[in-house]
Design a protein. Structure first.
Length: 312
């Protein structure tokens, strides 16, 4: 039997990896933190609910639809709101506030959708869970396998795309120098649009997994925002693969950290679990604003060994 805490670490870390990669992917293009990213995942969770309750399907069958619809929501945010603001030379602060406003609109839409499902179709759309619809084999839920598998596949596909394809080369060039890339004939607007679409799509896939593992609610995604930002920041907002490592780090620390504190201090600590990613953000920004991966660990090790030798 697998310890439930280990299962939680595997699934939760996989969710954070998908979400932090998506957040970093959008940040790399416009350099704007997207506060609506969590709601893209919430939409994926509700699409999973609709797939199960209305179409009598498996939760995982909603993944393609969640990817497309959440991707379109992200693309809409970029194309209809951020792009016009960028053309008007709006500051990053104004653009960030715009993403927050868009998030409030999405939360309202999701709440309307939730109420509609409840009143019209008599579907429990508040505090719902689809865990009972997951397949179970030898006390192991399929989501424990699917979640990390999705994360591994996404990371692999992104690596291939960024290093082996023309679009990946164009994307990296656009991120490094958008003005020069535009002069060289690269359609930077298209690159940005696709990046935002992929960002939202990954959040949608994460949302489907969330609907199986967590209690679904209209505010589920926004509640995870501190953990998503902590994962991206700790890995370095300038690195997609750093975000993946950050997601794993935050997932493991948050789950195991809460368990250790609960067994040591008391179960009342569990309600303060969201404080752990916030502390991670503070510590990371104080130690290394560019992320923990930007630290030259080899140099620090040599310095530590040299100091130890001098002390002797």
């Amino acid at each position: 039997m697998v310890d439930p805490i280990v299962k939680d670490v595997i699934v939760y870390s996989s969710i954070l990896i998908l979400l932090s990669i998506g957040l970093t992917l959008s940040y790399l293009t416009t350099k704007v933190p997207n506060f609506a990213h969590g709601s893209f995942a919430t939409m994926g969770a509700y699409l999973s609910l609709i797939s199960v309750k209305m179409f009598k399907s498996n939760p995982y069958s909603a993944m393609p639809f969640a990817f497309i619809i959440s991707g379109l929501l992200a693309f809409t945010l970029y194309y209809l709101i951020l792009k016009p603001l960028i053309k008007k030379n709006a500051s990053h602060l104004i653009q960030m506030i715009a993403t927050l406003a868009y998030d409030l609109i999405l939360i309202a839409i999701i709440n309307i959708l939730s109420d509609s499902l409840s009143r019209t179709y008599k579907i429990t759309s508040r505090q719902f869970t689809l865990r009972s619809y997951d397949l179970v084999a030898s006390d192991l839920s399929l989501v424990v396998v699917i979640a990390p598998l999705c994360a591994i596949i996404i990371i692999t596909l992104l690596w291939i795309t960024l290093t082996k394809t023309k679009f990946g080369i164009a994307m990296r060039a656009t991120i490094e120098n958008p003005n020069l890339s535009s002069v060289l004939g690269i359609n930077t607007g298209l690159v940005y649009g696709i990046s935002w679409f992929l960002s939202g799509g990954l959040a949608g896939i994460a949302g489907v997994i969330m609907s199986i593992w967590f209690l679904g609610d209209a505010n589920l995604g926004p509640q995870l925002l501190p953990s998503i930002f902590a994962a991206s920041i700790s890995g370095g907002l300038g690195s997609i693969f750093g975000a993946a490592i950050g997601g794993l780090l935050i997932g493991v620390t948050e789950v195991f950290g809460t368990r250790i504190l609960a067994s040591t201090i008391g179960t009342w600590v569990i309600s303060y679990r969201p404080a752990i990613p916030l502390l991670f953000i503070i510590v990371t920004l104080l130690i290394s604003p560019k992320g923990l991966l930007s630290i030259n660990w080899r140099k620090l090790k040599k310095k530590s060994q040299k100091q130890s030798a001098e002390d002797k």
